[in-house]
Design a protein around this ligand. Structure first.
Ligand SMILES: *[C@@H]1O[C@H](CO)[C@@H](O)[C@H](O)[C@H]1NC(C)=O
Ligand SMILES: *[C@@H]1O[C@H](CO)[C@@H](O)[C@H](O)[C@H]1NC(C)=O
Ligand SMILES: *[C@@H]1O[C@H](CO)[C@@H](O)[C@H](O)[C@H]1NC(C)=O
Ligand SMILES: *[C@@H]1O[C@H](CO)[C@@H](O)[C@H](O)[C@H]1NC(C)=O
Length: 531
C-alpha cells in the first residue's frame, strides 16, 4: 500500500558521496537545527539542576564509594535466585555505570543487565500511539518472504555497522565511520533499550546506515522475479524507498552541537512554553538554520522581511562554523519559542529539528516535506501543523500568518496539539517502545539464527561511556537507563486495513487542498486590491 512504483523520480537524487562530508557543510539534519536552543537549555540546566550534576559526579567518580553498591549486590544475588516479591517500600534498584579507574580498557561486566525485566508478559498496558502502526508498513516488504541472511548481507553495501543481539548481549561490527558521533549515540540507544527491557529483546542481526538519505529503491525490488529488498535501518525514508526508519541519535544527545538528550530537553521545552503565552509571542514566522545545505532553504531566505516586502517571516542564517568555534556563545537563549509561528523546512533530507519546532506551542508552518522519520507520519495538517507550499513559499507563509493572527483560538489549538503530541506521544518511553516493537517485529522475520559476527566486539554501556569525556560522557551519563521498566511496552496497534489507510491519506490531502484554496482566494483578493 505504499511506495507505488510510478511516483516521481526514483531515489532521492542525492549522491552518497562521502567526500562531500565536511562536518559543517553537508549534513542536512545538522543544519535544520539551531544550537541556540540547545545552548540555552544547557545553560538553564547548569543553573537549574546543579543537584543532578553533583550526583553525576558521584556516579562517575570511580574513587568514590558508590551509594548504590548495596542495591547492585542485591541484583547480582537475585539473578541466581527465584524472584522474590518486591515490596513497595524497597528502593528501586539502580544500574549505574561500572567504570574502573582505568577507563581506557573498560570491559562489559557479566552482570551488566538484570536477567529479565521485572514485569510479566500479561501486565496490561496502554495502546501505543498511532504512528506505531507504520511499523507494520515498514516491515511489510518482508512479510511474505521473511528476511534471509543473503538479503541481510546485501544491506552491508552502504551500512556503517552491523549490530547483533545474541542472548541479551550486544555485538558490534563496524564497517565505516559515520558523520560526527551519530553512530555512537545510535548504538548507545540500542544499549539503553536493553537496559530498559532486559531479557525481552530477541536475538537479531541488523545493518544500520547513518547517512541522511534513504537508498533502498522500491522500484528495484518491484518485479515478480525481483529479489527481496535488503533490510537496512536508517533515520528517514521517503515514498520511493524501503529503508526501515529508526529513531535518530539526537534522542540520546548530539554532542557536537550541544543538543542534550531528549528526556531532559523535553522537560525544559515544556517549562519554556509556560513562560511565554502564545498570544504574547511575536506575530511572525521564525526560522533559523543553515540555508546553504539546500536550494529550498536559500529560497526561504527570500521571504525575510525587507524594505520591499513584509512576508510575515523572520528568518536567520546560522553560522555554525563561527558558533562552534565560539562554543555556541552567540546563541541567544530567548528567541527560540518566542514567535507564534515556526517554520520547518527540510535540508537535504529530514531534519532532527522537527521535534524541537513542534514542541514550541507555536504553529508549525511545515514546508511540504519529502522525507519522513519514524514519528512524523502521525502528523495531520491543520491539526498538528499548517502546510506551506514549497514553491511560492513567501506567499504561503504570509497567508498562514495572516490566517493565524485572525483565527487566534484555532491557531493556538494547532500549536498546543503539536506540543502535546511531542510531549506525550514522543516521550522517551515511547521512543524505546517504538524500538522494542520494531526490533521484535523485525526479529520475527529473520529466517536464520542470529550469530555473533566474526569481526565483532562485545559492547555495553561501560565500553562506550567509560573512555569518553566532555559532552559525550555527560550525555551518556544523563541518558543512561538506570533501572529496568516496571511495566511492559505499550500494546502495538493493529495494521491499517486498506480502507482506513486510504481514509487517513485522503483526509490529509483534502485538508491540505482546502487550505490551498483559501490561500488562492486570499491572494486573488490581494491582487485585485493591488496590495
Ligand atoms: C590503562 O590501561 C592501558 C591499556 O591497558 C595502559 O596503557 C595504561 O597505562 C593504563 N593506565 C593506568 C593509569 O593504569
Ligand atoms: C584489558 O582488560 C582485559 C581484561 O581485564 C585484559 O585481558 C586485556 O589485556 C586488557 N587490555 C589491555 C590493552 O591492557
Ligand atoms: C532577516 O531580516 C532581519 C531583520 O532585518 C535580519 O536581522 C536578518 O539577518 C535577516 N536574515 C537574513 C538571512 O538575511
Ligand atoms: C497574485 O499576483 C502574483 C504576482 O503577480 C502572482 O504570482 C500570483 O499567482 C497571483 N495570485 C493569484 C491567486 O492570482
Amino acid at each position: 500500500m505504499r511506495n507505488s512504483p510510478s511516483k516521481n523520480e526514483p531515489g532521492s537524487g542525492h549522491s552518497r558521496n562521502f567526500t562531500n562530508w565536511s562536518p559543517f557543510v553537508k549534513s542536512s539534519s545538522g543544519f535544520g537545527i539551531s544550537p541556540n536552543r540547545s545552548y540555552a537549555l544547557l545553560s538553564l540546566l547548569t543553573l537549574l539542576i546543579v543537584g543532578a550534576f553533583i550526583s553525576t559526579r558521584i556516579l562517575l567518580d570511580p574513587t568514590r564509594k558508590r551509594p548504590s553498591r548495596q542495591r547492585l549486590d542485591h541484583i547480582r544475588y537475585s539473578q541466581n535466585t527465584p524472584p522474590t516479591p518486591v515490596t513497595t517500600q524497597s528502593p528501586k534498584p539502580e544500574f549505574t555505570l561500572h567504570c574502573s579507574a582505568n577507563d581506557t580498557n573498560a570491559t562489559c561486566p557479566r552482570n551488566s543487565y538484570p536477567a529479565t525485566a521485572s514485569f510479566g508478559e500479561d501486565t496490561p498496558t496502554a495502546t501505543c500511539p498511532d504512528y506505531f502502526r507504520w511499523i507494520h508498513e515498514d516491515l511489510r516488504p518482508w512479510a511474505k518472504t521473511g528476511i534471509t541472511r543473503e538479503a541481510l548481507e546485501r544491506a552491508k553495501k552502504t551500512a556503517n555497522f552491523r549490530l547483533a543481539i545474541v542472548g541479551g548481549r550486544v555485538y558490534l561490527e563496524k564497517f565505516q565511520d559515520a558523520f560526527q558521533t551519530r553512530d555512537v549515540f545510535t548504538i548507545w540507544g540500542f544499549l539503553q533499550l536493553l537496559r530498559k527491557y532486559p531479557g525481552k529483546i530477541p536475538d537479531l542481526e541488523l545493518m544500520f546506515d547513518c547517512v541522511d538519505w534513504p537508498v533502498v529503491r522500491a522500484l528495484d525490488f518491484a518485479g515478480v522475479d525481483a529479489p527481496s529488498p535488503p533490510p537496512l535501518f536508517r533515520y528517514c525514508g521517503n515514498e520511493e524507498t524501503l529503508d526501515i526508519v529508526f529513531p535518530d541519535w539526537s534522542f540520546w544527545g548530539w554532542s557536537e552541537v550541544n543538543i542534550k538528550p531528549w528526556e531532559s530537553l523535553l522537560k525544559e521545552l515544556r517549562e519554556g512554553n509556560q513562560r511565554t503565552t502564545w498570544i504574547n509571542r511575536e506575530p511572525y514566522a521564525y526560522w533559523k538554520g543553515n540555508p546553504s545545505v539546500a536550494e529550498t532553504r536559500q529560497d526561504l531566505m527570500k521571504c525575510n522581511v525587507s524594505e520591499e516586502h513584509e512576508w510575515n517571516a523572520r528568518v536567520y542564517a546560522q553560522d555554525w562554523i563561527r558558533e562552534s568555534k565560539e562554543g555556541y556563545k552567540q546563541s541567544d537563549l530567548a528567541s527560540q519559542c518566542h514567535h507564534r509561528y515556526k517554520i520547518y523546512i527540510e535540508g537535504s533530507a529530514w531534519s532532527v529539528s522537527e521535534k524541537y519546532i513542534l514542541a514550541c506551542d507555536s504553529v508549525t508552518l511545515l514546508v511540504n516535506p519529502h522525507y519522513y522519520d519514524f514519528f512524523t507520519r502521525g502528523l495531520l495538517p491543520a491539526h498538528h501543523y499548517w502546510p506551506v507550499r514549497e514553491h511560492d513559499k513567501c506567499r504561503s507563509i504570509k497567508f498562514a500568518v495572516h490566517w493565524g493572527n485572525s483565527h487566534i483560538q484555532k491557531a493556538q489549538d494547532i500549536g498546543k496539539t503539536a506540543s502535546e503530541f511531542i510531549q506525550q506521544e514522543l516521550k522517551m518511553d515511547y521512543v524505546y517502545d517504538y524500538m522494542y516493537h520494531l526490533l521484535t517485529g523485525y526479529a520475527k522475520l529473520l529466517q536464520f539464527k542470529p550469530e555473533i559476527p566474526q569481526n565483532a566486539m562485545e559492547i555495553c554501556s561501560e565500553t562506550m561511556a567509560c573512555p569518553r569525556s566532555g559532552n559525550e560522557r555527560k550525555f551518556m551519563t544523563e541518558s543512561l537507563v538506570k533501572h529496568p521498566a516496571e511495566t511492559g511496552p505499550c500494546a502495538m496497534p493493529p495494521p491499517y486495513d486498506p480502507a482506513s489507510f486510504y481514509a487517513v491519506e485522503k483526509r490529509k490531502q483534502s485538508t491540505t487542498k482546502r487550505i490551498l484554496q483559501w490561500e488562492m482566494k486570499y491572494w486573488n483578493k490581494q491582487n485585485q486590491t493591488g496590495s
